[in-house]
Design a protein around this ligand. Sequence first.
Ligand SMILES: NC(=O)c1ccc[n+]([C@@H]2O[C@H](COP(=O)([O-])OP(=O)(O)OC[C@H]3O[C@@H](n4cnc5c(N)ncnc54)[C@H](OP(=O)(O)O)[C@@H]3O)[C@@H](O)[C@H]2O)c1
Length: 326
Amino acid sequence: MIRVTLIGTGEISKEMAITINQLPDDIILYGVVSRKAETGAEFAQKYKIEKVFTSLEDVVYDNQTDLAYIGTPHTAHFPQSKYFLENKISVLCEKPICVNAKELEELLIIAHENETLLVDATWPRYMPFVKTVKELPIKHNLGKLLNVHASLGIQKQDVDRMVNPNLAGGSLLDVGIYPITVACMFNDTQVTSIKALSKDTELGVDQSVVILLEFTDGMLATLQSSIGSIMSDISTLSYENGLIELHGIPKVEKAIVKDSGHEVLEEINFDYITGYEYEVYETVDAIENDQLKVKSMTHSESLRVLNIMDEVRRQIDLQYPFEKEV
Ligand SMILES: NC(=O)c1ccc[n+]([C@@H]2O[C@H](COP(=O)([O-])OP(=O)(O)OC[C@H]3O[C@@H](n4cnc5c(N)ncnc54)[C@H](OP(=O)(O)O)[C@@H]3O)[C@@H](O)[C@H]2O)c1
């Protein structure tokens, strides 16, 4: 039996509560942490949660939580993950797992020293479409992957968390991580070149960002994100002899394979509970089997993504206030 405590009562914690309540009975939605007792109590009542905590210390003192799920703003991921790891409670942390690679490097040392599981919750990584799509090029003789084109845009500039530099706002860390994930999921070679341009909001974080990546094997990726406008959520993987469209990143609901003449060769649909269930299954499986890592998202892969985002931010001159103090 694995008891999960959710940290935060926002949008993603709601999704996770809905998800866990539909999973097998041995995964229990045990606790929730809110900075305000009333908010926590309301959330707990709605999602049938036994314990309400108002601090991380109370979770540790209670000593019943097996897994802390961190669904708070980006800037809280590092200190909250660190606290739980130091107290030997496994962590499933929302994306981006940290604000920058330096934070993650420190967290990985703490996870290692405490022999405690740290999992990056970037959700598409765990979904079954990844394995299916990786098999399609051979099945349809598509040849080598040459180009990836992916974008994600939402209109969310009215949400403080999205634009506040003190909370590591901006499109890159919130939604840009998904197009980067698409490129990295289908190419294991090193990124050899990164180019980036951005348009900023009034508060100085990136409203939109355009990224070009080149990989060691020659693959190119054109990636885009925005919090100022919606964008196509169809990603394209272009091969020597055709392409694969992924519809719905981050939650890919359909893959379409086309030949070089744009004729459809195959269309595959994917069904989910919410889409967040796979990261939970894999994390729970790791805890139950005393594993300190999960297969679908390795720590080196999390670092690869954060290193790309660090370089993009260097090029678009986006340093957060708390980074400048260091
Ligand atoms: N929304 C999504 O679809 C989605 C999807 C995937 C990943 N994520 C990731 O999940 C994280 C949270 O996103 P969200 O959309 O759920 O945000 P949100 O709606 O703003 O919720 C975050 C929650 O964290 C708590 N919180 C707020 N400020 C805090 C602070 N300074 N320190 C500690 N806790 C604080 C609040 O809960 P209390 O008031 O109860 O303390 C708040 O409700 C982000 O890192 C995001 O990238 C979101």
